[in-house]
Design a protein around this ligand. Structure first.
Ligand code: IPM
Ligand code: MN
Length: 371
């Protein structure tokens, strides 16, 4: 028996998580395990009612679970950034989920916008650093003069910037990107280990030509790690070039490791080449702590409550969750079942089918039971 936390969140989040749980429960029946779900009412509704984003109580309760199954956050009634930073990023940072794993895989039967490319060409995985870079959230806006202490607090380290800035510009805004040697090393090491289990090819993405301090350090650490993994063919791509190659030659890639912000951008591109955001899952992983699995798309508020959202990405993220907690066969069975549903056109509207959100979940669950 596994105890797993779930956070439906906002918009279509609760609907897609409901279907994901249905499918994971079906996989449990088939593979002889069960899941005890604990739901957390975290999201816009509670925030609007009580002003709470994540409480100390939420965090200490959530830390008791090996994994969180997360839907989506984002709501029109709340200013952009509040929920994203206060809930999603806060969870990633608090639980030190330093690996953001995003498989880019074209399933058989799914249409890719890349002419002539097949599932054999589109099968790689992006390992996005998930706690540093421009996501540390330190910066400011000021006029003329400002003296400020900016801090990054992490389990691994602390950084304090004492800044005294003077300017005669009308107004100045700045945002600091942070990369640390240990922060880069742990995610790059993870990516090398993953490449060793796959096709032994690792590409690092950066922009060391323009931002040589932070991405120069990233590169240096990458080279050091490469030296201790001679079995992996490794190389660098600048981020602008990588967007070009994802489109032109996706078959070149096996594992891609990237700092946080570029990872955010290139995985949306990756989602499109694998058939769209409706098919793109992600895992926020702390190998020693509480990890979190979610679709990479957002809360799509305009589809809320209509039972039309596509739960595929969430179901796939659920498969990653099972793989993470030690149920690889059940995890593989779920991805197989998605493939069967695609072949039989048991898919929602955005994938060319007719099924509702709940009927799609039923179809995938049924397919697992009938294996
Ligand atoms: C993602 C999202 C988040 C990110 C936002 C909502 C903070 O775009 O998971 O890719 O930028 O990481
Ligand atoms: Mn994103």
């Amino acid at each position: 028996m596994y105890r797993i936390a779930s956070i439906g969140g906002d918009g279509i989040g609760p609907e897609i998580i409901r279907e994901g749980k249905k499918v994971l429960d079906a996989a449990g029946e088939k593979f002889n395990f069960s899941i005890e779900w604990t739901d957390f009412g975290i999201g816009a509704d509670r925030y609007l009612e009580t002003g709470e984003l994540l409480t100390g109580g939420d965090l200490s309760e959530l830390s008791e679970f090996p994994a969180i199954y997360f839907g989506a956050i984002g709501d029109e009634r709340v200013q952009p950034g509040i929920l994203e930073k206060g809930i999603l990023l806060n969870l990633r940072f608090y639980f030190d989920q330093y690996i953001n794993l995003r498989p880019i895989r074209l399933l058989e039967g799914v249409t890719t916008p890349l002419a002539g490319k097949t599932p054999a060409d589109i099968d790689f995985i992006v390992v996005r650093e998930n706690t540093e870079d421009f996501y540390v959230g330190i910066g400011s806006r000021f006029k003329q003069h400002q003296k400020l202490l900016l801090e990054v607090e992490r389990e691994l380290y602390q950084v304090k910037f004492g800044l005294d800035v003077e300017s005669d510009a009308e107004e100045v805004a700045y945002q600091i990107g942070v990369i640390t040697r240990e922060g880069a090393r742990r995610v790059i090491e993870y990516a090398f280990a993953l490449a060793e289990k796959r096709r032994r090819k690792l590409t690092s993405v950066d922009n060391a030509n323009v931002l040589p301090d932070i991405y120069g350090l990233w590169r240096e650490v990458f080279n050091e790690c490469a030296a201790s993994h001679p079995g992996v063919t490794s190389g660098f791509n600048f981020v602008d070039a990588v967007t070009m190659w994802f489109v032109k030659n996706p078959e070149w890639f096996d594992v891609v490791v990237t700092p946080n912000m570029f990872g955010d951008i290139i995985t949306d591109l990756g989602a499109m080449i694998q058939g769209g955001l409706g098919l793109a899952p992600g895992g926020n992983i702390n190998p020693e702590g509480t990890s979190m699995f979610e679709p990479i798309h957002g809360s799509a508020p305009k589809y809320k409550g209509k039972n039309i959202a596509n739960p595929f990405a969430t179901i796939w993220a659920g498969s990653m969750l099972l793989d993470h907690i030690g149920e690889p066969d059940a995890a593989a069975a779920i991805v197989d079942a998605l493939g069967v549903c695609i072949r039989e056109n048991k898919v929602p509207k955005d994938m060319g089918g007719t099924l509702s959100t709940s009927a799609t979940g039923d179809a995938v669950a049924e397919c697992i039971r009938n294996r």
